[in-house]
Design a protein around this ligand. Sequence first.
Ligand code: UDP
Ligand code: MG
Length: 343
Amino acid sequence: MQERRNEAAIPAGPTFSVVVPVFNEGEGLLEFHARLARVMRGLGAPWEVVYVNDGSRDASLTVLEGLRAEDPACAIVNLSRNFGKEIAMTAGLDHARGAAVVVIDADLQDPPEVIPELVAGWRGGFDVVYAQRRQRAGESWLKRTTADLFYRLMQSVGRVKLPRDTGDFRLMSRRAVDALMQLREHHRFMKGLFAWVGFPTLAVAYDRAPRFAGRTSFNYWKLWNLAIEGITSFTTMPLKLASYLGLLTAAVALVYGGNIVVRALLFGNPVPGYPSLMTVILFLGGAQLVTLGVMGEYLGRIFNETKGRPLYFVERFTPSRPMVPPDPFPPPGEPVASPARVP
Ligand code: UDP
Ligand code: MG
């Protein structure tokens, strides 16, 4: 918990915080901010957007600083290096002060225009309002099928029910965010953590757009690793499978062994074939190595967690300047002030 912000030093927050992880998104950020700001201004409540620069290697940080100079609703958390999206999101949530917090991607695949619907759900009393994809435009058949398989697998083995076709695009109430922030594990499978926290939850359907600019930083290897992260973070099923595999092999070996003994007694003892011997040795060797690998996956995670390192380091944090809402009862005779920002 030591890397969390100092609560006392931060003044009361706005109604809405929008957390945006940014990694090499320089090309699309201006368009993103323009669309987001239009939507947020329409909500008629104080808001801020927390951009987390996750060690971008392009001009993202310069673009963000330009945005901050023009729009004081921007906060910038500049991480000390690239930590990955899951940790970037966590850093953003740590620095968000809103009564409701929206998490959204910077590449405009999650349309900011959906936010008012999420807000409507929150105003209706839900703590978590997540956006669920109606269709996946611009994604390959392979990605859709593998994603589908993964959700099925998680639903059937995990104790936590992961909502299907749901990314990180969601709104969370302050108490849901505070709950989530207590989960400081290093292997952060955010979709699972969101679900683990619980609270009244609502789904809002939306159409996922293709990327506006740049390219995805996720490839199949990363997705595979994310899937392993999801499985090992939320279920010990693979360990159980390993024991069942062992039991099954032992049972088969017993039957096969009995068979050999009986045949040797009945028909004498011709030397049994080399191929069957080889098959058995190779199968057992393979099963043992797989089991060791599964145990290794869990052991490695225990190793990483026990080091107890902070989740990330912030190179620089530029807070947003909170907006002072206009006084609803101005003294008579004075002109009605337009919303102003405190310096
Ligand atoms: N992202 C990040 N750190 C990373 C990779 C990605 O902060 O190491 C951000 C990225 O800028 C974007 C979001 O995470 O806002 C989703 O990334 P991307 O579009 O590459 O993933 P996809 O939409 O293909 O799942
Ligand atoms: Mg994307």
